[in-house]
Design a protein. Structure first.
Length: 471
């Protein structure tokens, strides 16, 4: 098929992905530390809030997906939800990092609970249609996969920005923990909002005329999703692989309380060094991933990268115990841990398009919104589990904020970025062995789809207009 994307659409989307990644990373990487070490909230409350808020956020995604697929406007089915939501998300993202100096612990809990849950629900309204857009922007499989890969690469670049900026500014030699996190959040979120907000006016949804006229009931939507075998396998795998999110989320505690060097200067910048090294490990494999996808199936890429992760992180734990938490060895293993994370970031996003194609091939209908919502649901459930596990482990192993930790506590924190992720990723490999949309089967399906689809692709505005004329 011919290319259907303009350069303006491609650039708008990938730079918006960078902005979205920066906002999400600011919240997911630093809010937990802000709650525990700046606002001094009880660990039991933080654990409960993380689980409740993130699970609500995750389950909101399928609801948004259903609504998106039942939306038919002149602007398309996904773009309307991206008109105002990026700006609302940005405001809420700043508010969760504001310390109002509320003396009452209870009222501090009320404030962070309301703002954080509101942030998560609003984020779903933008997240689902945003990641479903590539499936509506082009029906060219190669062009779509390339767009997904570029977007996820820029998304990860944007996601790396908060970890590096905050890690640098939070140093006692610069702004300190509280001011470092707040001013980083303020600057990053304001700048990230701009490209994210440009999606609505600069991107056009394209649709096949014969498909836009189909109306699918909620019951049928849910039934079709359960019939999408490969999507269900990816969903199960992603949820079991929650440990991937633990590595970066828990590293801030490991850098502060576990790893050690004889250099006062290095000790002052362990945060920024560690996050930078993880990013350096991720980016080469993210660049390599699109080439791997062309040559190998998603199935074997995910399996082999998962096995590599399990081996590296298991060795990581043993080495750190025997070297008394040596930071220089940690740097090496953080780099190696980042390599498979880079591949996973690209593959798990690109596979959404393949799941849409699979459903169309089997049932002759496309559910971009619902499919994208299942993918984002998977990621958020994984993130919710990891965010809840961290305070739970800290609570169980007697963590005390801003104080030297016991050996038992140090080993527990180290386990959060090594053995627990390794066990989780090992489990996540199992469902992927049953993923069979590969090789000749996939090739034949895509050929059938191309023959079956209407020859003319028209903008969503025109499809809606034609539908109204027919009625």
């Amino acid at each position: 098929m011919q290319n259907q994307l303009t350069r303006k659409e491609r650039d708008t989307y990938i730079f918006a992905a960078a902005g979205q990644g920066a906002i999400y990373a600011m919240i997911s990487s630093w809010l937990l530390r802000y709650f525990t070490d700046v606002l001094a909230l009880e660990l039991s409350f933080v654990m409960a809030l993380m689980w409740v808020a993130k699970i609500l956020n995750a389950f909101a995604d399928p609801v948004v997906g259903v609504i998106v697929d039942r939306t038919h406007t002149k602007k398309g089915k996904m773009r309307p939800y991206l008109k105002y939501s990026p700006f609302i998300i940005s405001i809420l993202s700043i508010l969760v990092f504001v310390n109002w100096r509320i003396e009452s612990q209870a009222w501090r809990c009320v404030y962070v609970g309301v703002t954080y849950i509101a942030w998560g629900l609003t984020y779903s309204i933008a997240d689902v249609p945003f990641w479903g857009l590539p499936c509506a922007m082009t029906q060219n499989t190669e062009e779509r996969d390339k767009l997904f890969s570029l977007a996820k690469f820029l998304n990860s670049l944007g996601g790396a920005l908060p970890t590096l900026v905050v890690s640098l500014l939070m140093s006692d030699k610069i702004l300190g923990l509280e001011k470092g996190i707040f001013f980083s959040a303020l600057g990053i979120i304001v700048l990230s909002c701009i490209p994210f907000g440009l999606v609505y006016p600069n991107i056009t949804e394209k649709a096949f005329a014969n498909e836009e006229k189909k109306t699918v009931s909620l019951k049928e939507q849910m039934h079709l999703i359960t019939k999408n075998k490969i999507l269900i396998l990816v969903l199960i795998s992603g949820m079991l692989g929650f440990g991937r999110y633990l590595i970066q989320a828990a590293y801030t505690y490991a850098a502060e309380y576990v790893f050690f060097t004889d250099s006062d200067f290095i000790n002052g910048f362990k945060q920024v060094i560690g996050f930078a090294v993880i990013g350096v490990g991720m980016f080469p494999t993210m660049l390599l991933a699109p080439k791997l996808v062309k040559k190998y199936s998603y199935k074997w890429i995910m399996i082999y990268s998962g096995i590599f992760s399990v081996v590296i992180m298991s060795i990581f734990y043993v080495v750190e115990i025997f070297t008394n938490y040596n930071f220089y060895f940690a740097v090496l293993f953080l780099f190696l841990s980042g390599l498979p994370l880079g591949i996973f970031n690209i593959v798990i996003t690109s596979i959404v398009g393949e799941c849409v194609d699979y459903l169309e091939w089997k049932h002759n209908i496309r559910l971009e919104g619902m499919t994208a919502s299942v993918a984002t649901f998977m990621a958020k459930i994984g993130n919710a589990i990891s965010s809840g596990i961290i305070p739970m482990i800290l609570l169980l192993f007697n963590y005390v904020e801003n104080q030297p930790q016991t050996t038992e506590t140090k080993n527990a924190i180290l386990m959060l970025i090594t053995l627990l992720p390794a066990a989780s990723i090992l489990l996540s490999i199992i469902p992927i062995f049953f993923y069979d949309f590969i090789g000749e089967k996939r090739k034949k399906a895509l050929e059938e789809l191309e023959q079956r689809r209407a020859a003319v692709v028209i903008p969503a505005e025109e499809a809606t207009k034609d539908e109204s004329l027919d009625s």
